[in-house]
Design a protein around this ligand. Structure first.
Ligand code: PMP
Length: 407
């Protein structure tokens, strides 16, 4: 089955924009993706026709809003192949999802326990674990990467033992595009560290593949809506029902309680016990719409299209004078991270922007990784399903001009 990229592009109004007469070439998808008309319409429709608070209403409008909101939970449960809708906790995004897990772990961990992350992590999957270890007296271990930017599997395995209580790692690295061998890593964890729970940071994973949490075999999977064509400020944490049902509560307040007295409160059932306060209703509805929209495409064809873009861009990069690629993982998707000789990444970003090409520059919220790679940051072009080969051409045409200006 082929993937009709022109038809997909057509559904993203912002891609029709131009700046100073130059068409927008949007290559900052690892930061956030654009939104298709279907998602924009779902949010507009909610505010136009159904705006109301959810769950507690005694009127039809509240019933409609609740139906849309809870319908999105079903959509996400199906999308991730969860065992039950109770396993889907709405969050503000990956950051909040990881913090819910790490905050709980901080109350479970003891001195002598070990937590493992990798050198590839985004700050959102590093700092919560630093904090959890600091609070509990547990030890944080960092699995190193090899020269290709892949987690060194031998070194990773050697860190695992019976004291390991949590292993948390990215599905796909936002800084280098490395796709981690999640299933293989979890198989090793289960074999050598049977007391460990596993969290996968799925911020970059959901937009680029067929995420099946049961097949992956993790215990928690956190993602952000905005990386997968949905609004910002909304996401979901998937966790095994048996874990979430007992997980230390994150925030307290309305919605997450069963009964309250002036001196005591009892927590609600899942999924509500981990969703305190009025949620981001429009965001959740937008997230449901985004995943419904995405599900219409053949996942294999979509992935093949994205792979063709990163493969073509890598080939061009290898021939580009003065360019050093960072991250040469054998399994890699979407992200082309590079430095140009004679140009700070920020200057490269500026010169590309003047030509209508939007990329991201800097440390990509992975400062320790940049230090490890010995660079202040990188220029990062990241592709999504609506990008095409002309975008790859436009990127390298703009880079050629930038290089002339930098020389
Ligand atoms: N992890 C990774 C790998 C990411 O790419 C991001 C976003 N750049 C995050 C975590 C944090 O996501 P959010 O800011 O949406 O919570």
């Amino acid at each position: 089955m082929s993937f009709d990229v022109a038809a997909v592009r057509d559904q993203f109004p912002v891609l029709k924009r131009s700046f100073d007469g130059k068409p927008l070439i949007y290559l900052d998808n690892a930061a956030t993706t654009q939104k298709p008309q279907a998602v924009i319409d779902a949010i507009t429709d909610y505010y136009t026709n159904c705006n109301s608070n959810v769950h507690r209403g005694a009127h039809k409008l509240a019933d409609e809003a609740t139906r849309l909101y809870e319908g999105a939970r079903d959509t996400i449960a199906t999308f991730l192949n969860a065992n039950s809708r109770n396993e889907i906790i709405f969050t503000a995004g990956t950051t909040e999802g990881v913090n819910i897990v790490a905050n709980g772990m901080a109350q479970i961990l003891k001195a002598g326990d070990e937590v493992i992350v990798t050198e590839l992590e985004h700050h959102a999957n590093l700092i919560p674990w630093q904090q959890a270890c600091e609070r509990s007296g547990a030890t944080l271990k960092i699995a190193p990467i090899n020269e290709l930017g892949e987690v060194d599997q031998e070194a990773f395995t050697s860190l695992l033992n019976s004291n390991t209580k949590m292993v948390s790692f990215a599905h796909i690295s936002n800084a280098l595009g490395t796709v981690n061998p999640v299933v293989e890593m979890i198989a090793k964890i289960r074999e050598i560290a049977p007391n460990a729970l596993v969290t996968v940071d799925g911020a970059q994973g959901v937009a680029h593949g067929d995420v099946d949490v049961q097949a992956l075999g993790c215990d928690f999977y956190a993602f952000s809506g905005h990386k997968v064509f949905a609004p910002t400020g909304v996401g979901a944490l998937w966790g095994r029902e048996s874990l979430l049902a007992e997980w230390p509560v994150w925030q307290t307040g309305g919605e997450m309680i069963k009964t309250v007295t002036y001196s005591h409160a009892e927590w609600n059932e899942l999924p509500y016990r981990l969703e305190a306060g009025t949620p981001n209703i429009a965001g959740v509805i937008g997230l449901g719409a985004a995943l419904t929209w995405l599900s219409q495409f053949d996942a294999k064809a979509m992935r093949a299209h994205e792979q063709s873009l990163i493969d073509a861009a890598t080939e061009r990069a290898e021939q580009f004078d003065g360019m050093t690629l960072l991250g040469r993982a054998r399994n890699k998707i979407s992200v082309l991270s590079f430095v140009l000789e004679g140009g700070h990444p920020a200057d490269v970003g500026f010169l590309l922007d003047r030509q209508g090409v939007a990329i991201r520059t800097g440390h990509h919220c992975a400062e320790p990784l940049m230090n490890k790679l010995g660079v202040p940051g990188t220029a990062r072009a990241s592709f999504s399903i609506y990008n095409n080969m002309s975008d790859v051409d436009a990127l390298f045409d703009a880079l050629a001009k930038a290089r002339m200006m930098l020389l």
